[in-house]
Design a protein around this ligand. Structure first.
Ligand SMILES: Cc1cc2nc3c(=O)[nH]c(=O)nc-3n(C[C@H](O)[C@H](O)[C@H](O)COP(=O)(O)O)c2cc1C
Length: 208
């Protein structure tokens, strides 16, 4: 189905999926805690491998959020371009958003699963780590879509992975695995839908 398909326009969920854009600049308008809570509830409703819900959400505002932006800016200087530029841009989005939600994997699924599955340890570790990452990615996408449906703007910042150890320390999640940092606010710029590659080159039908 193409987003210009009439079914897309008639369906609220599909409309939200279509409307979601990465927005990196925010107005100063506050996002109330009640709305942040709804985003977190939506994220927490995501499917998860073995229903382990092996994610944690860390909500930052004010000084903590500025501290993360500062850390990101300072560390950006140690990287060559384009990583340094992307880190500085990320710091700007973090500082400018009224709220920031970081997502970390707990590692619980890796720990429990590796004990439970009697397969080679390294294979079990890879499997459950991948399952944790995929589960948390589903939670992040739920969060982004919930935000869009409420008129809020977000951007999924993966670039902080480059400084993940300090970020996790800063978030007081040293045993977790870095997943994403998501600034949340009201958009100060409209999002532009990027060029999408046609489905024709993404999909193959077998036995049709
Ligand atoms: C896993 C992941 C990591 C991303 N990391 C960053 C990032 O570090 N900085 C950034 O500005 N955008 C980041 N993005 C947003 C993408 O740039 C964006 O989704 C893409 O350009 C398509 O634009 P759209 O989200 O408006 O459709 C990330 C997106 C994903 C899914």
């Amino acid at each position: 189905m193409d987003p210009s398909d009439p079914v897309f326009s008639a369906n609220e969920t599909l409309q939200t999926i279509k409307r979601r854009r990465s927005i990196r600049l925010f107005t100063k308008q506050e996002v109330p805690d009640d709305l942040i809570r709804i985003l977190l509830q939506a994220a927490n409703e995501a499917p998860s491998a073995h229903n382990q819900q092996s994610w944690r959400f860390i909500v930052m505002r004010d000084r903590k959020k500025l501290g993360l932006a500062h850390l990101t800016t300072i560390r950006s200087a140690e990287f060559p371009r384009p990583a340094s530029t992307l880190l500085r841009m990320a710091a700007r989005s973090i500082a400018g958003a009224p709220a920031v939600i970081a997502v970390a994997n707990t590692g619980d699924l890796i720990r429990h699963g590796t004990q439970l599955f009697k397969v080679e340890k390294e294979m079990a570790h890879d499997f459950f780590r991948t399952m944790e990452i995929q589960s948390s990615a589903a939670a992040v996408e739920n969060l982004l879509l919930a935000a869009t449906s409420l008129g809020l703007a977000t951007v999924w910042l993966g670039i902080l992975y480059l400084i993940k150890d300090e970020v996790l320390e800063f978030l007081e999640e040293p045993k977790g695995e870095f997943m994403a940092v998501v600034p949340v606010g009201y958009p100060s710029t409209p999002g532009h839908r990027p060029q999408k590659q046609p489905l024709g080159i993404k999909v193959r039908h077998i036995d049709y």
